[in-house]
Unconditional design. Structure first.
Length: 202
């Protein structure tokens, strides 16, 4: 049975099971190494929340807000983040399995060095999507505005990027293995030519 969650429940190496955090101020708290199972966060302030090395399973975050949300080395399994406003989600070297980010805005989604197996980004506005050095399987981007994508050193397999409206792509070699649209290929043509050392001359 779901119980109300409080700020006191979040602590390093804590074990949280089936808690509902509704409009709770969790700003600046540390729950490094914690285990969160079947927890929901709705309308919460997560600014400065530190989940370093935490494990999240079957959790949902709805309409949460944060300037910076630290989550390096975390494990996200069957987690949904929806309609939220996040300045920076720092999830370097994290693991994502069947994740879903839906709606809202993330200025900087830092997945550098992450291992991703089934992540869907849908209807979300992203400033910078950092996938440098990431190992990606089954990434789907649907109807997303993305200002910049960093793919330096990325390894993509079954990554469908056709739904990304991007302005800039760094590390075009990292696109190997991705599915893109004909329009995106035209947008990428100058970068691909430069990468291949082609001289385009009429």
């Amino acid at each position: 049975m779901t119980s109300p969650g409080t700020a006191a429940d979040l602590e390093p190496e804590g074990d949280l099971d089936d808690l509902a955090f509704d409009d709770v101020d969790l700003a600046g708290l540390t729950a490094a190494g914690a285990r969160l199972l079947d927890c929901t966060f709705t309308g919460c302030d997560l600014d400065g929340l530190d989940l370093d090395g935490a494990r999240l399973v079957d959790c949902t975050f709805t309409a949460v807000r944060a300037g910076t949300w630290r989550a390096p080395g975390t494990s996200w399994q069957d987690v949904t983040i929806s309609d939220s406003r996040i300045g920076a989600l720092v999830a370097t070297a994290s693991r994502w399995t069947r994740g879903h980010v839906h709606g809202g805005k993330v200025d900087y989604l830092d997945l550098r060095g992450a291992t991703i197996d089934r992540l869907r980004l849908e209807g979300v506005t992203i400033g910078d999507l950092d996938l440098a050095q990431a190992r990606v399987r089954h990434l789907e981007v649907v109807d997303c505005d993305v200002r910049r994508v960093d793919l330096n050193g990325a390894q993509l397999a079954s990554a469908d990027l056709r739904g990304a409206r991007w302005r800039a792509v760094d590390g075009v070699a990292g696109l190997a293995g991705a599915t893109v649209s004909p329009a995106q290929v035209l947008e990428l043509a100058p970068l691909l030519a430069a990468h291949l050392g082609l001289v385009v001359d009429a």
